[in-house]
Design a protein around this ligand. Structure first.
Ligand code: PEP
Ligand code: MG
Length: 850
């Protein structure tokens, strides 16, 4: 068989490739693990002999075309046992579990009894029979459950149980065992649940699986033998520290599963550590790990086995690090000149940043704990309880934060988890679906809250102390502490460490798309300033009127019988708005602030229930019947397409006049001597005709002149239009000469392009995405083909008519990494997004530019 070891003839046959330094192995054909093993072989590390099966081969195996496993086994030592490891293109996509000890049979057991002792050999054989029975032959695990592993005839009992269940003896032929293992692993990759799971992690529909068949280093023996993992960093913090586990007389990842029984590597208060037991092997291991870090250009988790004092490196995977650690690792690798800053920027997935940006419960807050479970994904969030993924999406569409409460989650809940601010489950552990997916998405998540009673049918959960929380009630999930709290405790904003800031500084040096923030409040603006946003791209002024005290004046204004009455009510709102704007200008300290004039339908400010109507009647000193009638009269069949945005500006001009005046007065008051003067930006919403812009522009200019005359001081401002109706995109060339800037409001634009209500689409979005009608929720990721085409047309026509016009996006898509890439490709000047997405957007913009 020596001929197969010749590096030139690495190809045993079309299907089987011996991993040598020059074999044609690529992640896209044989998977990431096979490629990594080849790199280790190139570094001359002590890797047991391995052959790789390509994606195509494994696909054929799943269809029943198994390669000649006798030929395959001939690569290895005649008496060797082998293992099979999955090798998907991206290790994140998972795969079937590794199968160890293939080839174990009566003869091998007799042979190993001589070297390991009968007890160890028989235990190994028994374990293999049971693993094979359950994972390969798919026999009922119960058939083996009763067998006492310490019984002297445990092996014989297992072989008998196998024969009873399978109705044939346990296969003795190693080639048969290997064929069956390959078949079972190939098939399990094709199963529906495996497919859904990997697709949730971003794998394409046709993602392939490769397999690596490796000669076993046993980890058992009379000299120091065992297995473990080692990494050179702390996976929680990313700081340098040798971490890992080692378990004597063990195999594979036993050491990781052994929990407290496994030894530490360097010092262990419980007894000799690996370093003390096998100093030479340990020193060699450290050397290999350092070489792997340097040459594989990543922090690696090294899987190793020691057999009678001799070290083998079985595998290396990128350290499964926390989000914070992953960022620190990328930064440190770059600081150590192993990767470039650009590579560091490219290595951090935008979602990793968003996970770090989650607020925590303030340590000083009162905690009304109503349940506890496993802290599966960090961060804390407050929202209303919902019991289904569909309700979660509907709630998100209404912009109402919700907590998804489930007994346990399944792949079909993934979209609901996306929509929820946090997830709570009754069942599950650290690696349950909810936990894994929750962490991946950066959603705070508590799983296994088994002391609470979950009664989804009755739409309620019952706390340990008997308190009942129903659908719609507000709770807080603290995924850092693993606790569920009643109500909304005080939160603390996320704290960002130096590595985070360094990475974003590098990102900023690369990007050519500016990032602004959508901020309506002082808190938003402060968060945005901390996240180094380049200014405010959208301040939705209507949110300022919902505060208590202001709402009543707003209602008086809406109910005003004459323009004079309306102006009187607005005169009360003027100083309030002026103060709002002044504060925003001050916080943004010279950075641009874009204020959008009033947008929603007026009746959104009016009460809908009886109590509210009575309150309003009292405030206005009118009969309830009168108020009710007028509220009803203001109702619209289709308010989002009704009297809102610039249409209000045209028909009720006093509102925009007041807002323009408030902006101009605030501008003068905020512009201090010596500093650069504030230059506010004013944006008109929902435009669909050029004339709308001309009329509003003239009125705003009139207000500006009035303020200049009254105050005896000059100022400038910029005027822009929100492009959020399909017609505005099409006539952007007509509009652009009249404005300084255009900002695409892709929320409304998506709604109107699809004819899809942004407030109701959540109800069926799940079905649409699951059935492949939409690849993704178009309110989440910009639809490049349809809505994107309108953006392209709008942009081209606007720039052709006015080359100086500044163009941006301020819909929710402005914080979505793929949409940011697209906007950059179109040539926009900036993207504006919600405050906590600013760092993500900065990173995504840099990645688009690199
Ligand atoms: C938009 O429509 O995209 C937008 C930013 O405005 P709003 O979400 O306030 O309608
Ligand atoms: Mg809009």
């Amino acid at each position: 068989m020596q001929k197969y070891l010749n590096e030139v003839s690495f190809q045993l046959d079309r299907h089987i490739t011996l991993i040598t330094p020059t074999a044609p192995i690529q992640p896209a054909t044989h998977g990431g693990r096979a490629k990594c093993l080849q790199r280790l072989v190139r570094l001359k590390l002590p890797v047991p002999r391995t052959v790789a099966l390509s994606f195509d081969t494994v696909k054929a195996i799943a269809l029943g075309r198994i390669p000649d496993t006798k030929v395959l086994l001939s690569v290895f030592d005649a008496d060797a046992l082998v293992c099979v490891r999955p090798s998907s293109e991206d290790p994140d996509w998972g795969g079937p579990t590794t199968m160890l000890n293939i080839g174990m049979n009566d003869a091998a057991c007799a042979r190993l009894s001589e070297t390991l002792g009968a007890g160890a050999a028989r235990a190994l054989y028994r374990r293999w029979v049971q693993t094979y029975a359950v994972h390969v032959a798919r026999l009922d695990p119960d058939a083996f459950e009763e067998i006492d592993e310490d019984a002297p005839d445990a092996l014989e009992q297992s072989l008998r149980a196998y024969e009873d269940e399978a109705e044939e003896p346990f296969p003795q032929d190693p080639a048969t065992q290997l064929s069956e293992v390959l078949r079972s692993m190939a098939r399990s990759w094709e199963s529906v649940s495996a497919r859904l799971l990997r697709e949730a992690k971003g794998a394409p529909v046709d993602a392939g699986l490769g397999l690596a068949v490796q000669e076993m280093a046993l980890g058992l023996g009379r000299g120091e033998s065992g297995s473990g993992v080692l990494q050179l960093v702390d996976p929680e913090t990313g700081l340098p520290q040798v971490t890992g586990r080692y378990l004597s007389q063990s195999q594979g990842r036993d050491a990781l599963e052994a929990g407290k029984k496994a030894l530490f590597l360097t010092t262990d208060p419980r007894g000799p550590s690996l370093q003390e037991r096998a100093p030479e092997a340990f020193a060699e291991l450290l050397e290999h790990a350092a070489l792997m870090r340097q040459r594989l250009r990543a922090e690696m988790q090294v899987e190793f086995t020691i057999e009678n004092g001799r070290l083998f490196i079985l595998d290396g995977i990128v350290v499964p690090a926390s989000n914070a650690a992953a960022i620190r690792i990328a930064v440190r690798l770059s600081e150590d000149a192993i990767i470039t800053p650009q590579e560091a920027v490219m290595r951090v997935k935008p979602r990793m940043l968003s996970a770090l940006l989650h607020p925590q419960v303030d340590p000083g807050a009162t905690r009304d704990v109503i349940g506890a479970g496993i802290a599966a994904s960090p961060g804390a969030a407050t929202g209303r309880i919902v019991f289904s993924a569909t309700d979660a999406q509907a709630s998100a569409a209404r912009e109402e934060p919700c907590i998804l409460v489930r007994r346990e989650t399944a792949p079909e809940d993934v979209r609901g988890m996306h929509a929820a601010v946090a997830v709570l489950t009754e069942r599950g552990g650290m690696t349950s679906h909810a936990a894994v997916i929750g962490r991946g998405m950066g959603r705070p998540c508590v799983v296994g809250a088994s002391k609470m009673r979950f009664q989804p049918q009755r739409k309620q959960i019952v706390a340990a102390d008997g308190r009942v929380f129903k659908e719609g009630d507000i709770i807080t999930v603290d995924g850092t502490a693993g606790e569920v709290l009643a109500g909304a405790p005080k939160m603390q904003a996320a704290r960002l460490d130096d590595a985070f800031r360094t990475l974003l500084k590098w990102a900023d040096a690369e990007r050519d798309l500016r990032i602004r923030v959508n901020a309506d409040t002082v808190e938003d603006a402060q968060t945005a300033r901390d996240f180094a946003a380049g200014g405010i791209g959208l301040c939705r002024t209507e949110h300022m009127f919902f505060e208590p005290g202001r709402l009543t004046v707003m209602q008086e204004m809406i109910f005003a019988a004459t323009p004079e009455d309306r102006r009187a009510a607005l005169a009360q709102l003027l100083p309030i708005q002026r103060a709002d704007f002044k504060e925003l200008f001050a916080i943004m300290a010279g950075k641009p602030v874009c204020i959008r004039l009033f947008d929603p339908p007026l009746h959104e400010f009016l009460p809908t229930d009886r109590a509210g109507l009575r309150d309003l009647a009292e405030a206005l000193n009118l009969p309830v019947s009168d108020v009710t009638r007028r509220v009803e009269a203001m109702g619209e069949y289709n308010p989002m397409l009704g009297l809102r945005g610039v249409r209000l500006g045209i028909t009720v001009p006093e509102i925009y006049a007041m807002q323009a005046r408030a902006i101009f007065e605030a501008t003068l008051e905020a512009s201090r001597e010596g500093d650069d003067p504030v230059v506010p930006e004013i944006m008109i919403p929902l435009v669909s005709a050029r004339r709308e812009v001309e009329i509003v522009r003239a009125r705003i200019e009139q207000e500006a002149s009035a303020v200049r005359t009254e105050r005896g001081r000059d100022f400038t401002y910029r005027l822009g239009v929100m492009v959020e109706t399909p017609r505005a995109c099409l006539i952007a060339g007509d509009i652009a000469p009249h404005v300084d800037f255009l900002s695409f409001g892709t929320n409304d634009l998506t709604q109107m392009t699809y004819g899809l209500s942004r407030d109701d689409a959540g109800r069926f979005m799940n079905d649409y995405v699951q059935q492949g009608v939409f690849e993704e929720d178009p309110f989440h990721r910009l639809d490049q083909n349809g809505v994107g085409e309108l953006l392209r047309i709008g942009l081209e026509r606007a720039r052709a008519a006015n080359p100086d016009v500044i163009i941006s996006i301020c819909g929710e898509h402005g914080g979505n990494p793929e949409s940011i890439h697209f906007c950059r490709t179109l040539g926009m000047d900036y993207a504006s997004c919600s405050p906590f997405r600013v760092p993500v957007a900065r990173l995504a913009a840099a990645q688009a530019a690199i």
